[in-house]
Design a protein around this ligand. Structure first.
Ligand SMILES: [Zn+2]
Ligand SMILES: [Zn+2]
Ligand SMILES: [Zn+2]
Length: 260
């Protein structure tokens, strides 16, 4: 029997919601610099013909023209990375992390793997940490936010909690930083979103890039995808794996935890 396939989803704060009708393409993980910068790690998306796509709320939807050929859609309130719209095609790519579970999809391939970050491998175990940069530069895709950190990233943790999945579009990867050591170069377009537990997510309100998280107790972490160039870090483990999406498996052999 042919079932009508309906999927719903949205950003973390609920300001942007959507539904799709009809089959969705299996998920493609993109490791290009733009996807890594906006998502904070790796962006993964399904795709649907525009005839099968409907915004049910666009109250906080923003668009950033990331290239002459495409725009990126994000939530201006919570910073979730949601959409990629190629201008010349009647389809829209939708972040897999924005879809409500179960998605019934599977991650079918990785693209632009040559642009992957130095701290993970698109498939399999991460490479050994390369040379340590003496400082690292970070920033959003549009350049409205940029800052330097005084040392290499060190251990990087992947988080599969629902918040991180909704905001990044796939799952997050970040490393601890002493906030007092950040050397700001530009902070014109910083926005912050307060999470239900009292943490604050920093993102760019012009391009939607995920930048950092400050927990209620002041612990500060920077999204690994915001690093421009080598991080000098290495993915060290996965947390909140019980909340991970149904469309991917974790196959890098690193420790997994169902909590912190
Ligand atoms: Zn939102
Ligand atoms: Zn920006
Ligand atoms: Zn998380």
């Amino acid at each position: 029997m042919e079932m009508l396939q309906i999927h719903v989803g949205g950003c973390l704060c609920g300001g942007v919601t959507f539904e799709t009708e009809g089959p969705l393409r299996d998920v493609v993980a993109c490791h290009c610099g733009q996807c890594r910068r906006t998502s904070g790690h790796v962006w993964a998306a399904t795709s649907v013909h525009l005839d099968g796509f409907r915004l049910t709320s666009d109250a906080t939807l923003g668009w950033y023209r990331s290239s002459p050929a495409a725009r990126r859609g994000f939530c201006r309130q919570c910073g979730a990375s949601l959409f990629w719209k190629p201008e010349a095609e009647p389809r829209i790519a939708i972040a897999a992390g924005a879809l409500d579970s179960p998605t019934g999809l599977r991650l079918e391939r990785h693209i632009h793997t040559e642009d992957a970050g130095d701290y993970y491998a698109p498939a399999g175990a991460p490479p050994p940490a390369a040379g340590l940069p003496d400082h690292i530069g970070c920033g959003c895709l549009c350049g409205g936010v940029s800052f330097d950190l005084p040392s290499a990233a060190g251990d990087i943790t992947a988080c599969h909690c629902v918040q991180c999945r909704k905001l990044s579009g796939h799952y997050a990867a970040s490393f601890d930083v002493d906030e007092a050591t950040i050397a700001w170069r530009c902070r014109d377009t910083i926005a912050e979103y307060e999470t239900p537990a009292g943490g604050r997510r920093g993102f760019c309100n012009r391009c939607g890039s995920s930048l950092w998280f400050r927990s209620a107790d002041g612990a500060f972490s920077v999204e690994a995808g915001s690093v421009i160039g080598p991080t000098g870090g290495r993915l060290a483990g996965h947390i909140f794996v019980g909340s991970k999406g149904d469309y991917y498996t974790i196959e890098d052999g690193l420790p997994q935890s169902t909590s912190w």
